[in-house]
Write a protein that binds this ligand. Structure first.
Ligand SMILES: Nc1nc2c(c(=O)[nH]1)N[C@H]1C(S)=C(S)[C@@H](COP(=O)(O)OP(=O)(O)OC[C@H]3O[C@@H](n4cnc5c(=O)[nH]c(N)nc54)[C@H](O)[C@@H]3O)O[C@H]1N2
Ligand SMILES: Nc1nc2c(c(=O)[nH]1)N[C@H]1C(S)=C(S)[C@@H](COP(=O)(O)OP(=O)(O)OC[C@H]3O[C@@H](n4cnc5c(=O)[nH]c(N)nc54)[C@H](O)[C@@H]3O)O[C@H]1N2
Ligand SMILES: [Mo]
Length: 758
């Protein structure tokens, strides 16, 4: 990887104490007008999240069921649209002008500014520049490479969570028909820990609440997430809950503006900067101190129950619906208060106050969480501990109570539902076999980390990516770069240029596709696709803008062409015909997953339809048919004396690896990304002056990794912990450091030491 640095120190100012307001609107409009111009930009924003418009490609937070504002979007949704609807174009001249070496020297921010990809390109082995290639030749090249492999498991088919249900279903059907379950996806780096834990505990890997539940909840815990930046429309829901006398509790090492307060930009008061306070209690937990905090809360609840039997535990629910409370009770009773307080960094009276809040009124408790929980070694145990709390109080499967893992990519949940998973259950594979007369492989495939290792060892040779930016999103950037370079072919279906197009196998191919916002016409008829949001609602998404180039194909079409060229039609699957009308693909999905039926009818209802969720109905699809308490030790990520725990997170101006701008407005940072937030005492004790540059070394059992020239920023963060932006800090995340059971890279707990830069 070429070395990158920020030439100037960042501007630093006071972190904000609320999110939204006029600043959010100004920023949104600035991004849209700069990239997309007044006409295309305004058209895009008006279609966004309307019932007959397109689904915002930014996050998976649901739209209101009933009333939708004319402008049902947020600042960061607007940035996502500005990036996609941009009027800038990358054509063949661009690739003639810029060699790969040249493009590698540019920043990720620069890459995004260059605009939309417009035609298929190929980088031949040994060449320095991409060249144009026709669609037919590109598809034939990939198909031949796949057919020439010794075994189908030498191919890896990655998916990023923007792919529609229709594209994703065809893609997994193709991969399995071809003969492999190697279907890693971004979810492996994201909410895999949530799916794993919830499946064990309640039999379904999805959240159990609706937007209306959030509005009506008594208490909402927001643990390890930054909704002001990553799910801004969630703030409107939290505001409604607070207006209904609900309480929001924030659990986060950083004081995030969007959890402190919210000025609704669609209300006059909000535009004038009048904010609604959100979190009634803000617990600045140590990084990875959540399990200890939750255990302490459990201990407090059992102590109160003992003092006044029947006052805390929902005994009827526990008896009828659960199993394993005794082991959990022992864990809590045997835990030591002092140790839990030290581990979590939260004093006992704060935990008692938290218990008071949760136990008031009807214990309608909702817990929301995201990457601050899922990307740790003990993530699965921590999420099971969250579930324990809900089981104890019977706070699941009743109105305004339940679990709410807040998903990332707008269709990451839907992709998993329709089969993007390296270990789909036997029932699903058997259904594919039966319906389509194929034989799906049964051996589990590679997840993201295993795919990196396989490519690194040479066991996998062709890497195909349906969206995403594998190199920059994955851990251990240098190691992953080597893995991709070992391939014979790397191929990306993409809308925008990114670094995964530049660190490649011997041959590389870029297949440019339509974005969500664009019209997708097949056989003369405009098509829509469907997505599933974080709350299990399947709805349609119909792009209206003119495509960025006449040479773009839809993802669905690209997958069908590749499948036809590689495995060919069968009696039951006519790949190219399926694309003539996407209703046919939805009919196929419904045959494999009857929960969708009648898919084509229901999805045409304005707003879409809910997929059934058994846990919501208190039906537990676990081996015992009960909801399971967990029984796990209260461990924590430990670092050697003098070292710090680093978490990697998102700034306000990025979408994962897409960098929209260089500011992190709510945290008071301007014009800088290579920064590390530190506690002032940790800086002082190491002789690090504010805004001086440091090199970061990460420590793991296999050795050290380094990232140079990060500006040290004093910040309100628990002592002993640090934070830096992803993807700049990904070089520090060891590929072998993953969460137990879910194999998710531990991007939120990395052991580091600091040295002054030279
Ligand atoms: N604008 C925008 N929207 C996005 C994205 C984006 O990049 N930009 N990404 C999308 C995707 S794919 C995802 S998965 C989501 C991500 O949404 P988030 O999970 O909100 O994203 P992160 O920035 O990783 O934020 C992690 C939060 O967890 C906190 N945290 C870190 N470690 C710990 C810990 O040990 N304990 C606790 N309690 N908190 C901790 C951090 O301080 C930070 O506030 O957002 C989605 N939406
Ligand atoms: N250190 C660290 N690493 C992390 C994380 C972290 O918190 N810390 N978070 C992880 C998480 S939660 C996730 S989800 C992953 C994200 O991993 P990915 O999903 O792989 O990455 P993205 O940055 O979302 O992908 C951006 C690219 O997608 C392409 N794209 C955009 N829209 C479309 C479209 O409509 N169709 C197609 N085909 N392509 C499109 C564009 O070319 C763009 O460059 O990163 C993970 N990596
Ligand atoms: Mo994610």
């Amino acid at each position: 990887m070429p070395f990158e640095s920020d030439p100037q120190p960042p501007h630093t100012g006071k972190p904000k104490t609320f999110a939204g307001g006029a600043g959010a609107v100004t920023s949104a409009l600035k991004h849209v007008m700069k990239s997309a111009g007044p006409i295309r930009g305004t058209q895009a924003l008006l279609e966004l999240n309307q019932k007959d418009g397109f689904d915002c490609p930014s996050c998976a937070w649901p739209d209101p069921d009933d009333h939708r504002a004319h402008a049902e979007f947020c600042e960061n949704g607007a940035k996502a649209i500005a990036s996609e609807a941009t009027t800038h174009r990358i054509d063949r001249r661009f690739f003639q002008t810029h060699s790969i070496a040249d493009l590698l020297e540019k920043s990720d921010y620069w890459h995004d500014q260059q605009g939309r990809l417009t035609e298929p390109m190929i980088l031949h082995a040994g060449e320095t520049h991409y060249q144009p290639i026709s669609w037919d030749d590109a598809i034939t090249h990939i198909a031949n490479e796949l057919k020439g492999l010794d075994h189908p498991d030498q191919a890896v088919f990655y998916t990023s969570g923007r792919a529609s249900n229709e594209a994703a279903f065809l893609y997994q059907l193709f991969a399995r028909h071809f003969g492999t379950n190697n279907l890693p996806d971004c979810s492996n780096m994201c909410h895999e820990s949530s799916g794993t834990a919830m499946k064990q505990a309640i039999g379904v890997g999805k959240g159990t609440v609706t937007l209306d539940d959030i509005h009506q909840a008594d208490t909402i815990l927001c643990i390890g997430q930054n909704p002001g930046t990553n799910h801004p429309r969630m703030l409107a829901a939290l505001e409604k809950a607070v207006e209904n006398d609900g309480r929001v509790i924030a659990i986060n090492p950083l004081k995030e503006a969007g959890l402190i307060g919210f000025a609704h930009p669609q209300k006059i008061s909000g535009m004038l900067g009048k904010s609604t306070p959100l979190a009634s209690q803000y617990l600045q937990v140590k990084v990875n101190g959540d399990l200890a905090l939750l255990r302490a809360l459990g201990k407090e609840l059992f102590e109160r129950e003992d003092a006044q039997p029947g006052s805390v535990i929902d005994h009827d629910f526990v008896r009828q619906h659960t199993q394993g409370i005794d082991a959990y009770r022992h864990r809590c009773e045997n835990a030591n208060w002092d140790q839990l307080i030290t581990q979590s960094g939260i004093p006992k009276n704060d935990i008692q106050q938290l218990a008071d809040t949760i136990l008031r009124r009807d214990r309608k408790l909702i817990t929301c969480w995201a990457m601050g929980i899922t990307q740790h070694r003990n993530a699965v145990a921590t999420i099971r501990e969250i579930t324990n709390l809900h089981l104890l109080l019977g706070a699941i499967g009743r109105p305004a109570a339940g679990l709410c893992p807040v998903r990332g990519h707008s269709n990451v949940q839907g992709d998993r539902t329709v089969g993007i998973y390296e270990k789909m259950p036997e029932s699903f594979l058997a259904a594919l076999d039966g319906e389509f007369g194929i034989t799906c492989p049964r051996q589990h495939g590679y997840d993201t980390v295993d795919a990196i290792l396989a490519m690194h060892q040479g066991a996998a040779k062709v890497f195909f990516s349906l969206g995403g930016n594998f190199l920059q999103a994955s851990p251990d950037t240098d190691f992953t770069a080597q893995a991709l370079s070992n391939c014979t072919l790397t191929c990306q279906v993409s809308t925008k240029l990114n670094r995964s197009h530049l660190v490649t196998g011997q041959t590389a191919i870029i297949l440019p596709c339509l974005g969500r916002s664009e019209r997708d016409t097949q056989s003369g008829e405009d098509q829509f696709v469907t997505c599933e949001n974080s709350m299990g609602i399947v709805h349609m998404s119909k792009g209206k803008l003119n495509p960025a180039s006449p040479d773009l194909l839809s993802e669905t079409d690209i997958v069908a062409r590749l499948a036809k060229a590689t495995v060919g039609d069968t009696r039951a699957i006519h790949w190219r015909q399926l694309v003539n009308h996407y209703d046919q693909i939805r009919d196929m999905i419904e045959k494999i997953i009857p929960d969708f039926a009648p898919y084509n009818q229901q999805v045409r209802h304005p707003g879409g339809f809910y997929l059934p969720n058994h846990a919501k109905m208190r039906i537990w699809d676990t081996p015992t048919s009960k909801a399971e308490f967990s029984d796990s030790a209260c461990d924590q990520f430990q670092v050697a004396e003098g070292r710090l725990v680093l978490q990697t997170l998102r700034s306000h101006d990025q979408y994962n690896t897409t960098i929209y701008g260089l500011n992190d407005r709510y945290r008071g940072i301007g014009m800088g990304r290579r920064i590390i937030f530190l506690h002032p005492d940790d800086m002082k004790s190491r002789g690090i002056a504010p805004v001086s540059q440091v090199d970061i070394t990460s420590h793991w059992e296999d050795g050290e990794r380094r990232a140079e020239n990060f500006y040290a920023i004093p910040y309100d963060i628990p002592i002993g912990t640090a934070a830096a932006y992803f993807p700049e800090a990904n070089v520090l995340v060891p590929v072998h450091s993953t969460a137990l059971e879910s194999n998710t890279p531990t991007s939120k707990s990395i052991e580091i030491s600091l040295q002054p830069s030279h």
